[in-house]
Structure formats: C-alpha cells, structure tokens
Design a protein around this ligand. Structure first.
Ligand SMILES: Cc1cc2nc3c(=O)[nH]c(=O)nc-3n(C[C@H](O)[C@H](O)[C@H](O)COP(=O)(O)OP(=O)(O)OC[C@H]3O[C@@H](n4cnc5c(N)ncnc54)[C@H](O)[C@@H]3O)c2cc1C
Length: 373
C-alpha cells in the first residue's frame, strides 16, 4: 500500500457503498447488476485500473486491481470487474495496436462489458476438449457451438471466445481466441442466467453460436493455434485476483463473526466468553493473517514480474481452501443466523464455494504444482 493507493481505496469504497451496496437485494433477485453499474464504474475509474492510460485505463498496477477486488469482497458485492479485467489483459497481451485502440477504451468506460467464454458442457477443466469450432470463410470465421457458465454473460458486449480453428490439430494447437462483439450479431444467443447456489447477483449464462460470422480481424494474436498458450499465460492474473477476493472475504468473515459473538448472548453471557468461540476465532484470524502475508508476497512478486505459474496456482488453491475453512467456521459460530441470507456470512459461504472450482479446479492446480516437484 501507498498513500496514493489508500486514497484510491477510499474513493472506491465510497463509490461501492453508495452506488452498489444499496441495490444488492435487487441485483440478486434480477440475477445481474444493473447495466448502468458498468458505466458508473467506468466513470469512477474502477474498471481497467491496471491498463495503460493510452488505452483509456487507469494506468495503475495490479495493486489497484487488488484494491477494487478487495473492496467489492468486503462490501459483499458480486460484480465481475476482475473477469472484465482479464479480457482486457488478453487484448493487451496478444492484441494488435488497432484491436487495443478499438476495444480497451470502451471497456474502460464500461460501455463494453467483458466476458470470457472457455467452458463448455463437456469441457471445463479440460480446455483442450472444447468443441466449438471456427471455420475460416473468406475474411470471416463461422462459429458453431455453445459455452456454459459464462460470467457477465447477459451484459457482455465483448466476449473472449475459445474456439477450435483446426479440429485435426493435436493437443492444444488447434485452439484460438476470437473476440466477439455480440450486439445485433445474427446466430448469437444468450441463455437465461443459470440458477446458482451463490453469487446470485452475477449473471452466469450459456452462450449459443449458430453459424455466427466473426471478422477474421478479430483473431487474437498473429496466427491461429495460439489460444491455449494465451490462456495459460494470463491464468496467473485471474488466479491471483481470486486469491485477493478469497483473503478479503476471509478477513471480512472474521470481522462479522467477532461482532456477532460479542452481541449474541446465551446461557447468560456473550458468546465470545465461551473458550471454544475465542479459540475458533483465534484460529480463523491467524489463518487469515497467514493468507494475507502469502498473498501480499505473491502480489509483490507478480508486480515485479517475478512470479511463476506454480506460485499463482499455489495461491489460488491454498487461499481459496483457507477462505472456505474460515467462512464455514464463521457460519457455525453464527448458529442458525449464519444460515439466513440476510446475514453477510451466509452469503459469503455460498458465494465463496465456487472459488475452489473455477479458474482451474483446485485439484487441477495441485497437478500443476506437482509438475514443479
Ligand atoms: C459461478 C461460475 C462462474 C464461472 N465463470 C466462468 C466464465 O466466466 N468463463 C468460463 O469459461 N467458465 C466459467 N466457469 C466454469 C468453470 O471454469 C468450470 O466450472 C471449471 O473449470 C470446472 O469445469 P467443470 O465444471 O466442467 O468440471 P469438471 O471439469 O467436470 O471437473 C469436475 C471436478 O473434477 C476434478 N478435477 C478436474 N480436473 C482434475 C484433475 N486434473 N485431477 C483430479 N481431479 C480433477 C475437480 O474436483 C473438479 O471440480 C464458471 C463456473 C461457475 C460455477
């Protein structure tokens, strides 16, 4: 942290508290944020904080992005800003100058909402198994197939789509990334938001492609067949961002639970006066602190360009496992109230569970870590 980052944090917190928090119940009911929330966030400079200013971004570092993710997590707001950022970083890393100038400024203003479309009904962990195809036809690709679990799906104005451009190529070599602008695009269809057990305010949808024509100029990178490697290159960014959300959630769960056990009385005394309560919260606070130190170390190394995929996999796996242990204990200490949606800890419990599954299931990440042994 620095003074400048602290100022940025204060501004982000005030914005989130004023413009997002009051609408959470409605967002959960409608299963997505308001569309205006994106342009408001753009106006207030909390989108693409770590994208260079020449492309409309905030010109900051991953630390700015971490501040936004933390503040959203502390406030219990589900808003897919980090997925939006990951799309921008795909474009930044692999896009041509014309592509960057075309898409990034509009993403920074929140006019184009970013989504990443990799997963399919038969291929989640196994990205190489995707079946959505893009066949070259003149100066277009013709895309057929479907994607599932796509966060920001219903608002998406720009989709980073994984396709097979060469169905005969072995292993990862047939996969490419195409940028799709779905507005008024014939053959493109978004399903209803999927009914999830948590993250109710986030639109997670199926996407369908039926002979959808995408300009060949929307291929990301200089040639076909680079998609798998482009994804792997940017996974560290997404995994670290999830680690940030995990630690912020765990810390907030300890804060909420400490408050609750001081107020809640049973057997004639506050719940915190039972040794079990104190010991359990002491364990949670200690684990959250260890997680914070590990995370901060990863962020520092990431910003210095000195973190490897093994470490970001460790961060995502360990920090999200740790988060789920802590939040579950905090639910237990809340008793029945911890099971009521109106209590933040209950929402943390359901919202955090998916952290262990997406952006590489934790088991897959252990395999990746094991390769380094
Ligand atoms: C709320 C939500 C949001 C999501 N957002 C997006 C999105 O925006 N874009 C997108 O493309 N996808 C998204 N996903 C999909 C997500 O990335 C996948 O669900 C995830 O990769 C797991 O794939 P799967 O669901 O097909 O499970 P499977 O691949 O069937 O895996 C099932 C389980 O098998 C185990 N497993 C997997 N691989 C291994 C291994 N190598 N060794 C041992 N065990 C293993 C793990 O326990 C895993 O959980 C989202 C999912 C959810 C639930």
């Amino acid at each position: 942290m620095s003074d400048a980052l602290q100022l940025f944090r204060t501004a982000a917190r005030q914005f989130i508290q004023k413009e997002f928090v009051p609408h959470q119940a409605r967002w959960r009911q409608q299963q997505r944020p308001d569309a205006e929330a994106w342009t408001q966030a753009g106006e207030r400079g909390i989108l693409l904080t770590d994208v260079p200013k020449e492309y409309g971004g905030g010109g900051g570092t991953f630390a700015h992005q971490a501040v936004v993710v933390e503040e959203l997590a502390h406030a219990g707001v589900q808003f897919g800003a980090h997925i939006h950022s990951v799309v921008a970083h795909f474009i930044l890393a692999s896009g041509s100058e014309a592509q960057k100038r075309n898409w990034l400024p509009r993403m920074a203003r929140g006019e184009l909402v970013g989504a990443i479309a990799m997963s399919e009904p038969a291929a989640g962990s196994d990205l190489q198994g995707i079946q959505t195809t893009a066949r070259r036809d003149g100066d277009h690709y013709v895309v057929n197939g479907s994607k599932t679990f796509i966060a920001n799906g219903s608002h998406a104005g720009i989709v980073c789509l994984a396709v097979k451009t060469d169905v005969k190529a072995a292993g990862p070599k047939g996969i490419s990334l195409l940028i799709v602008e779905p507005k008024d695009l014939p053959g493109y269809r978004v399903g209803c938001p999927l009914e999830k057990v948590g993250m109710h305010a986030q639109d997670t949808c199926e996407l369908f492609f039926d002979d959808v024509r995408i300009p060949a100029a929307n291929l990301l990178g200089p040639a076909e067949g680079r998609g798998f490697f482009q994804v792997m290159e940017k996974m560290g960014y997404e995994r670290l961002a999830i680690g940030v959300a995990a630690v912020a959630t765990a810390e907030q769960a300890v804060v909420e639970t400490t408050k609750h056990v001081k107020e809640r009385r049973l057997f004639g005394k506050p719940l915190i006066e039972f040794q079990n309560t104190r010991f359990k919260l002491a364990e949670c606070k200690t684990e959250a602190h260890i997680a914070r130190v590990f995370l901060d170390n990863c962020i520092e190394r990431f910003m210095a360009g000195a973190v490897d995929d093994t470490t970001t996999a460790m961060a995502k796996y360990w920090l999200t496992d740790c988060e789920c242990r802590i939040v579950d204990e905090c639910v237990q200490l809340h008793g029945g109230y911890g099971y009521l949606v109106e209590y933040p800890v209950a929402r943390m419990w359901t919202d955090s569970r998916v952290h262990r599954i997406y952006a590489g299931a934790n088991e897959l990440l252990k395999e990746l870590i094991a390769w380094s042994l």
